[in-house]
Design a protein around this ligand. Sequence first.
Ligand SMILES: Cc1cc2nc3c(=O)[nH]c(=O)nc-3n(C[C@H](O)[C@H](O)[C@H](O)COP(=O)(O)OP(=O)(O)OC[C@H]3O[C@@H](n4cnc5c(N)ncnc54)[C@H](O)[C@@H]3O)c2cc1C
Length: 511
Amino acid sequence: MNTAPRDPRIVIVGTGFGGVCAAIQLRRAGFSDIVILERAGDVGGTWRDNDYPGCACDVPAVLYSFSFAPNADWSSVYCGHDELYAYLRRTADRYGLRPLIRFGSEVTGMRFDEAAAVWEVSTAAGETLVADVVVNSTGTLSRPAVPRLPGLEDFEGTSFHSADWDHGHDMGGERVAVIGTGASAIQFVPEIAPLADHVDVYQRTPPWVMPRANRRYGTRERALFRRLPAAQRAVRWKTYWDFEWLARGFLGGRRAVDVYRRGAERYIEESIPDPVLRRAVTPDYDPGCKRRLISDDWYPALLRDDVDLVTAGIREIRARSIVTSDGVERPADTIVFGTGFAATDFLAPMKVVGVGGVELSSAWRAGAATHLGVAASDFPNLFLVMGPNTALGHNSIVFMIEAQVRYIVAALGHLRRSGASALQLKRSVQDRTYTQVQKRLGGTVWASGCSSWYLKQDGRNDSLWPATTVEYWWRTRRFSPKAFNEYEPRPPLGPRTAKEPAAGRPHSPEG
Ligand SMILES: Cc1cc2nc3c(=O)[nH]c(=O)nc-3n(C[C@H](O)[C@H](O)[C@H](O)COP(=O)(O)OP(=O)(O)OC[C@H]3O[C@@H](n4cnc5c(N)ncnc54)[C@H](O)[C@@H]3O)c2cc1C
């Protein structure tokens, strides 16, 4: 076996929190042959695309940021998308990532060449890059979902999704229809209500909402964070445990769910005097089953005379109106879709082909089985950031991303040291992890009977991590070589952009 260290050619896809984190940490660990592909024109992911009015994080920014890149200048506890976007741009600049990034490069597919043990990564521009390792970080909330509503194509007004906000469009004097009452809608409805003539909010299921209690950081506080970083670290630490505590309810603690429900019901009672509206905003499922939301201005917005909450289902969209199942027709000049994202089709629409010609979309049809959301057995040397079963209902995704990236860096360190061509997750390990994850999810609040974007159409939950983030951190803190098989070494590395002639047995899609 060739044990000389070598520098694998790494392609990272995506430049949200995940891709930026992976690039920084891989470079810190001494990996230098890195190309980052990003379909858009800038870094930022979620925070570049979601610039709708009122868009903000719902985990405090001190925690919803990298542990290795603290920012003393957050303006408020829950800051807006503009600050998070600026933070990601600044961080990418500070760590010198821009020269590595190819903007406007949309990856359309990847194929593992088994004989050469390399990935061929294809872009929409027709380019093929050869990589030893691919780190995919294309995000789970990066493809807006618009429901197929009868007649939508006949609508003659303006319509757009919240993640694709039409800032050139003036809503002044308009009747605006908002479809959806999820995390984005409850942020932008209070912002557009004063601008439009009237807003109809079409709700399928009400969310549980708790007060956000946002506040601005004072100049003294910010000066303290700047001069004494340990003070901000202490706030981060406390915030982390406050949020981690919420896991008790989500993971099956009945008492915690009841306490949360009572608090949220009290908030409804205090906010909404009208019993009919109160009933309409009160969910009939356990808090946490759908994503928990926080807002101080959602209920006040619904109380406005120029805002109506419509709970009847949408039957049909007409040229300038929306008709609901009760036969009522309401005029609409603009439709804004606050309908979320295609969150359960991981890596779609990319065509990812692994060992034996297995396509990822079909391999995961009956369950997106992975080991800790980071690796899957038919796809050697493909590492995932925010892969299946790693999303959270209660804490910062950035914490999970950092844990995953630590694991991936350790895996590549092992790859480099061992001289192996590729690491392939053992199927037995994958089966064990996936079975365990699914079993544990059965006892959580997410399996308590509501429909949510966490679940696939068949009710399977391939989205969420079923335990605490502490446990995730613990299980990813060390790379375990025993979970992987090693490929035999292959001939010396060739140029990155020209496809290498396959060594050993010829490539065939059937393997
Ligand atoms: C409005 C909103 C608010 C949120 N608030 C919070 C919060 O408060 N706390 C929290 O923990 N989480 C929050 N989230 C979840 C959030 O998505 C994650 O926290 C995190 O930003 C995900 O980072 P990511 O890098 O995995 O994905 P993304 O940020 O989605 O980045 C993916 C990147 O990949 C690129 N890409 C996608 N496909 C391709 C392709 N085929 N080729 C090339 N490039 C591609 C995209 O353009 C994008 O830049 C929020 C999400 C939304 C939408």
